[in-house]
Design a protein around this ligand. Sequence first.
Ligand code: DGP
Ligand code: NA
Ligand code: NA
Length: 207
Amino acid sequence: MTRGVLVCIEGLDRTGKTTQTTSLLEKLDKDGVDATLIKFPERTTPIGRIINTYLTDTAFELSDQSAHLLFSANRWELAEKIRSLLEDGKTVVLDRYVYSGVAYSSAKGLPFDWCLSPDIGLPKPDIVLFMKFKQEENVTREGFGEERYEVAEFQQKVKTQFEKFQNEDNWRTIYVDNKSIEEVGEMIWTEYKVTASRRREALQYFS
Ligand code: DGP
Ligand code: NA
Ligand code: NA
């Protein structure tokens, strides 16, 4: 059987990732593609519950390294599910993944390579759609500031770290300034279709 496609949507907070992953799932469904959405952090697992407390309660302290390893462990909680869905021919859409893991922690000053190392061995996306504002419009969006990392100055640092991935061959930057939800959705769909038709036979892993 042909394996499924591993699609990842990334970006800073409040850039429309959740809206776009939902819309992509609807398009896949209409197109007859069997697809599953997985959102990270997945806050309902044992480790995810600790992460949720960390994100929503600023009095709950963890060292940066501990927080980092928990986010990675949360991805490993779902790794076998992702791999087996893909092997069964299902497409998997990820709302955040390894790239958020590295970007948010290295923005705090942890070494970039150290941040990537606990994720080595995880399934690697065929395509990463990075939702990018040229101007920092995300910080003015409704709800911004509710959680730990939603501070404008920190978001700028995270953006700089995300951009270190921009030369990877699975990386596509989607400029969202002045675009409607539908227009962004169309750009994502076009990129998805190209990737689905050209994907490598074997699933890749972070190395
Ligand atoms: P979200 O539910 O997508 O709004 O993500 C919650 C917050 O957690 C958001 O500020 C981004 C951050 N985040 C997501 N994944 C990771 C990760 O792997 N590591 C770190 N340090 N932060 C992450
Ligand atoms: Na958020
Ligand atoms: Na979100």
